[in-house]
Design a protein around this ligand. Structure first.
Ligand SMILES: [Zn+2]
Length: 413
């Protein structure tokens, strides 16, 4: 562990806003654009740290809120910090808990001081402030620490959005003051809802404070996919050119490919891992619901074009059987495949930027996605089925957000 946080843009794509970069943390290098698997509670569900490294991930996401509640940050600190505690040698970014405390909206009271809330585990009354969040993240030993922010859901009235921008700046300053540094990075978070002027104001205020990187928060919080993308389109280009940009909680494969083109460098989302556990697998020809009867005696791999150990070693029929039987291995294999799909997509995106051909990559990706959608619709008609969720249409179906947590508090990941 040595050195300071650094970020270098290695190459800019001539046809889009995409950038190929390299981030250096105390735990190594992170090639960007990069997707971060979500390891909310000190584990990316069903994966060992070695699995993640083998899949090619260099950075994962942990969560201050969840780890403070259980097992408690002091215990993690005593046991050598989160890296040692969970056996992960790569880099860790921790979310500040701002989103999580507010996603339990009926159970919290927010003021300029911070958020008073009830634990989703035992109902005890707790308080989260910028200082408390920074102290938790310090105890965890995160490489990238997130400022504490006020993240309202969408739609929210203008007054609430204004308040969130003001308070996010106030809390960003307090986060900055409480940050101990030590070669780690602190990222500021931009809010502003779906209001262009407020986004602009938040960018100005947060960048004026000076952080090692900037996150676009307050997206994928109830609005449509199109709206999320338009928020990013008007926010990302205003962020500093030479610093990392992290798009929080947005992450269908199509989101990633499109948002890379707008200049985003880092992504996280529970989608590949949560969907895996629900039996929804991402493939190069669209999504596949492994529980469907049609796969019962299908000897083919999940995705003919996938080189992951699951597709090399197992049939759809076997994966469907594991899912139907509620076997633990089902979650593990499905997660391995989905995370491999995401890692591979980002690898190909990085290669396309390096070659100066990201525009072409984007066009081809869109064409394949449209084709997959059309053939899925045909298949549904032929089989007389209800049309399942389409890529990019997950928002309507979930009531949960990409960023770890959920609006209704039904399941906190
Ligand atoms: Zn695979």
């Amino acid at each position: 562990m040595s050195g300071r946080f650094a970020f270098q843009v290695l190459k800019r794509d001539p046809g889009t806003g995409a950038r190929r970069g390299r981030m250096t943390t105390q735990h190594g290098e992170v090639e960007t654009p990069a997707f971060m698997p979500v390891g909310t509670a000190g584990t990316v569900k069903a994966m060992t740290p070695q699995d993640l490294a083998t899949l090619g991930f260099e950075l994962i996401l942990g969560n201050a809120y969840h780890l403070a509640l259980r097992p408690g940050e002091d215990l993690v600190r005593r046991l050598g910090g989160l890296h040692r505690f969970m056996g992960w040698e790569g880099s860790i970014l921790t979310d500040s808990g701002g989103f999580q405390v507010l996603s339990l909206a009926d159970r919290c009271a927010i003021s300029d001081d911070g958020v008073a809330f009830r634990s989703h585990l035992d109902g005890s009354l707790l308080t989260m402030t910028p200082e408390r969040s920074l102290s938790i993240q310090d105890a965890l030993g995160s490489d990238i620490v997130m400022a504490f922010d006020d993240c309202p859901p969408l739609p929210s009235g203008l007054e609430r959005l204004l308040e969130a921008v003001r308070r996010t700046t106030l809390w960003a300053r307090r986060s900055r003051d409480a940050f101990r540094g030590d070669g780690r990075a602190l990222f500021g978070i931009v809010q502003g809802g779906d209001d262009g002027e407020l986004r602009e104001r938040s960018v100005e205020e947060i960048t004026a404070l000076g952080f090692e990187g900037y996150a676009i928060g307050g997206v994928s919080v109830g609005e449509s996919a199109e709206r999320s993308r338009s928020i990013v389109a008007l926010t990302a280009p205003r962020l500093p050119e030479d610093q990392p940009r992290y798009l929080m909680g947005m992450g269908t494969p199509s989101d990633l490919v499109e948002m890379v083109a707008l200049g985003c460098d880092l992504f996280d989302c529970v989608l590949p891992t949560r969907n895996a556990r629900n039996g929804t697998l991402f493939t190069t020809t669209g999504r596949l619901q492994i529980k469907r009867r049609e796969f019962a005696d299908d000897p083919r791999p999940v995705d003919e074009a996938c080189g992951c150990p699951v597709c090399r070693g197992f049939s759809r029929a076997y994966l469907r059987h594991l899912y139907a039987a509620g076997e633990i291995l089902s979650m593990r294999l499905n997660t391995l495949h989905n995370l491999h799909h995401y890692a591979d997509l980002m690898r190909r995106a990085r290669a396309a930027i390096e070659a100066g051909r990201y525009a072409e990559f984007l066009t081809n990706f869109r064409a394949r996605a449209a084709e997959a959608e059309a053939s899925a619709a045909d298949g549904d008609k032929a089989h007389g089925r209800d049309v399942p969720a389409r890529p990019g249409a997950h928002r309507g179906a979930r009531g949960t957000r990409g960023r770890s947590g959920s609006i209704a508090g039904e399941k906190i990941e």
